[in-house]
Design a protein around this ligand. Structure first.
Ligand code: TXA
Ligand code: MG
Length: 357
């Protein structure tokens, strides 16, 4: 049958949003697009609904969820205090890819959402469908990324289906997400100092324009905080300690001073892998694509536009899987602007396996 068009299609979209909102209000789990990645939503106040998120994802229960709101007025019932620093950040970046960790109002959300912490992470997404869905649900919406735990986050509705079909109650398809990596998670000190717990869609440089100072959580500075056992400080964003975002093939990230030297080292590894029967892949920037021969060569765009790398990263990791790639070499990029979030995710996907040439 023909697809409905124009005004009628608009009415259909509104009806399906109303249906999806009703599903959430009734305790269901619904995946929806945000400007960063697709989220898997449930009523944050409903423990059974929140437990269904953890079950669908296979997510460890000590990793708390972000609560999504459609209007700042919803904050009043969720948190006990918003200091001036947090206020300034909300005014500058909401709606948008910034998550604030705030003192939770007792009983405001299920203890499963906060994993027993006395704080709750809150954000207002900059996506029309997300905002309308949350408003239709009429409740704060807990939503982690809508992937199976440990898989790359979903940037298309089809990624959600690949991971979670049959495990959740619905998917709202809003096409590809924009930013492509998750929100930046911060703590805002009353002294004007902001601590970045997870780099993401709002860059350190952008944050610094609005507050007295920005620092990185100690666990980030020491290289990702993959494990608490090997003497690294425990990350204060609990999710940062898990291996994450990983493709099925073995992934290594290569760093080095000169592009030709890096490319030479990568090609040597690819050739050796090919010789032992691996299906090879390389993740590289446009400027260096001519250097490579592999079964699957994917581009992160130009080194001069790292927002393209953020937008493409997770989809590329999934494409390697879909192509049966077993051995992947990735270039690195400067940790400036969105490059910080890209490298954070890439290094986690690689289990911190870095080759320095
Ligand atoms: O862009 C995003 O943030 C996406 C979309 C769907 O909004 N959501 C997302 O959620 O990335 P998730 O669950 O994959 O990541 C939430 C991160 C984890 O690293 C978690 O540990 C941290 O936020 N977090 C949640 N609550 C926290 C809290 N109270 N204190 C510190 N970190 C917290
Ligand atoms: Mg996630």
């Amino acid at each position: 049958t023909d697809k409905p068009q124009g005004r009628e299609a608009g009415r259909d979209a509104e009806r399906s949003l109303a249906e999806a909102g009703a599903l959430l209000a009734a305790g269901g789990t619904v995946a929806f697009p945000t400007e960063t990645v697709y989220g898997l939503g449930a009523d944050a106040r409903n423990t059974a609904a929140v437990e269904a998120i953890f079950a669908a994802k296979g997510r460890p229960s000590d990793n708390p969820l972000i609560v999504h709101i459609a209007d700042v007025s919803a904050l009043a019932g969720l948190v006990t205090e918003v200091n001036e620093t947090a206020q300034a950040l909300m005014e500058a970046f909401w709606p948008g890819p910034l998550t604030l960790v705030l003192p939770v109002a007792p009983g405001a959300v299920s203890p499963r959402v906060t994993a027993g912490l006395d704080t709750v992470a809150v954000r207002m997404p900059a996506h029309g469908i997300a905002l309308r869905l949350i408003a239709a649900a009429g409740c704060p919406v807990a939503a982690p990324s809508a992937n199976r735990s440990g898989r790359p986050s979903p940037t298309l509705a089809s990624h959600v289906g690949d991971d979670l079909a049959g495990r959740i109650d619905g998917i709202v398809d809003g096409g590809p997400t924009g930013v492509g990596v998750e929100s930046t998670v911060v703590e805002a000190g009353a002294d004007g100092i902001v601590t970045v717990l997870r780099p993401g869609g709002i860059t350190v440089e952008e944050l610094a324009r609005h507050v007295a100072g920005v620092r990185l959580d100690a666990a980030l500075q020491s290289g990702g905080g993959v494990s608490e056992a090997d003497g690294m400080p425990a990350p204060r964003s609990p999710g940062m300690k898990y291996t994450h975002y990983a493709p099925r093939g073995a992934l290594r990230v290569v760093t080095g001073p000169a592009p030709e030297v890096v490319a030479g080292a990568i090609q040597a590894e690819l050739d050796a892998a090919k010789a032992r029967g691996e299906v090879t892949g390389v993740l590289a920037f446009d400027e260096h694509l001519p250097f490579y021969r592999a079964d699957c060569v994917l581009s992160l765009g130009s080194l001069t536009a790292l927002e393209t790398a953020a937008h493409r990263l997770y989809g590329a990791l999934r494409r390697f899987d879909d192509s049966g790639v077993t051995f992947i070499m990735a270039e690195s990029c400067p940790q400036e602007g969105l490059g910080a979030a890209v490298m954070n995710r890439l290094l986690k996907a690689a289990g911190q396996q870095v080759i320095n040439v």
